[in-house]
Design a protein around this ligand. Structure first.
Ligand code: ADP
Ligand code: MG
Length: 417
């Protein structure tokens, strides 16, 4: 079928035409559709039958938020589909199931997550998700380790990497995370009350050197298949179940980027409670909870990654025979320990950059933008900038997750008022 943009009517015809959907929805019964996408890039339809529902996601030929003035290839839906299938294979139960995909129409049809919600909002409402660190650390450890040279042969990894060359979406992150926010660029937006801080960042050479080092890693360090947009808006969950959605930015990049995106978003949520939660007791209780969540996610991730590695050291990077000598087991353990420590330092660097970009670039996050009082918001934005700077500048001395958490507490202490 030649490509056309679906609407609430044509999506029904489309669903009726897809044999692959027979087992998930009654194609010949009564159907109705709604476009529910609150996202920035694509169309997302929910199609309901008498007792089933599915999600039909389609890429347009331009960026949805920007309109036709910002063309973007539809190929992004191929990356999303490939990544969703991979996530289902490597981390079963932690991504929506894929029912059908259609490259010509730039469509993926997937499981409707009707009992889940996008994580950002319930975090602002101070809701708790006790199993989330367990789930997301499994997702991260498995998707990153199992697509890297630590597990795959050199040939397998490069074959896979070939199908994840994602130039256009990479360029968006390269520009809007690592470059434009720190120079004159017309799309940049920031609170006028923090203009002095923004200008200081833009002319701080030490910081700009650190940011460009992180950009170098993003562009050149093809370590594993990363999600590459793993903020709290790309996670749908409830108390019992967690799913990672929206992997259209996937490519082979630095593992630390995914961990950084998540932890940095949780810290932004921590900061947002200085405005969203006026009651000091409730606020600091929840802020402690968030810091505990950050600690658990990293520690569980590092533990699971290490276990996967010890049990599946199958990659061409360092075969077991390389370590087969007296003292080799200790050397292998040191290599693994250093690998994870370097990754945590890169989490600080990418995460630090992402604090800054959210305060002075093209898009902020809803946790912060929903704070109406500009003075309160500026206070919080200054904290985010200070934390971002310190994560970046102090990254090379980081040895454990508490180093990053301590910086948060020092720059944004719990308050009793
Ligand atoms: P975009 O690529 O345009 O950012 P997303 O994949 O983030 O699109 O989806 C936009 C919104 O659609 C999500 O924030 C969520 O509210 C809803 N959504 C996406 N996928 C599903 C799903 N599988 N089940 C239920 N809702 C979904
Ligand atoms: Mg998206």
């Amino acid at each position: 079928m030649a490509y056309f943009a679906l609407d609430n009517d044509s999506v029904l015809e489309y669903v009726r035409s897809r044999d692959a959907l027979d087992s998930v929805i009654n194609r010949n019964g009564k159907l109705n559709a709604d476009e529910i996408g609150d996202g920035n890039l694509n169309q997302v339809f929910i199609v309901r039958g008498s007792n089933q529902a599915i999600i039909v996601k389609q890429a347009l030929t331009y960026l949805k938020v920007a309109g036709e003035s910002w063309p973007l290839t539809r190929e992004r839906m191929r990356f999303e589909t490939q990544a969703l299938l991979k996530h289902n294979e490597l981390a079963p139960g932690l991504a929506p199931e894929v029912y059908d995909h259609d490259e010509e129409m730039s469509v993926v049809v997937m499981e409707f997550l009707g009992k889940h919600e996008v994580m950002r909002k319930p975090l602002v409402e101070r809701r708790r998700f006790p199993d989330f660190p367990e789930h997301i650390s499994t997702f991260l450890a498995r998707t990153l380790f199992l697509t890297s040279d630590l597990f795959l042969s050199g040939v397998e990894k490069k074959e896979m990497q070939k199908s994840f060359i994602n130039p256009q979406l990479c360029e968006i992150q390269e520009d809007f995370v690592y470059t434009n926010p720190y120079m004159e660029s017309e799309e940049n937006k920031w609170n006028p009350l923090i203009d002095a801080e923004v200008q200081e960042v833009r002319s701080n050479s030490e910081l700009k050197l650190a940011i460009v080092e992180m950009k170098t890693a993003y562009m050149m360090h093809a370590e594993a298949m990363i999600h590459s947009d793993l903020h709290t808006g790309s996670i749908m969950l409830n108390e019992k179940d967690t799913r990672v959605i929206d992997p259209e930015f996937s490519f082979f990049g630095p593992m630390a980027y995914d961990v950084a995106a998540l932890l940095q978003n949780l810290v932004l949520n921590y900061l947002s409670h200085f405005a969203h939660t006026p009651d000091p007791q409730k606020r600091s209780d929840y802020q402690h909870y968030l810091l505990g969540m950050i600690r658990d996610i990293w520690n569980l991730f590092a533990e699971k990654f290490d276990v996967l590695w010890v049990e599946n050291n199958k990659g061409d990077l360092v075969p077991d025979a390389y370590w087969a000598y007296p003292g080799g087991a200790e050397a292998f353990a040191d290599f693994r320990k250093n690998y994870l420590q370097n990754m945590l330092q890169d989490v600080a660097g990418h995460g630090g950059t992402k604090f800054l970009r959210r305060m002075m670039g093209i898009v902020t996050v809803w946790d912060i933008s929903s704070i109406e009082d500009e003075v309160k918001r500026a206070d919080i934005e200054r904290m985010a900038i200070r934390i971002g700077k310190r994560w970046l500048l102090e990254r090379k001395s980081v040895t454990g997750i508490d180093d990053l958490i301590d910086i948060v507490i020092e720059e944004a202490p719990f308050r009793s008022d």
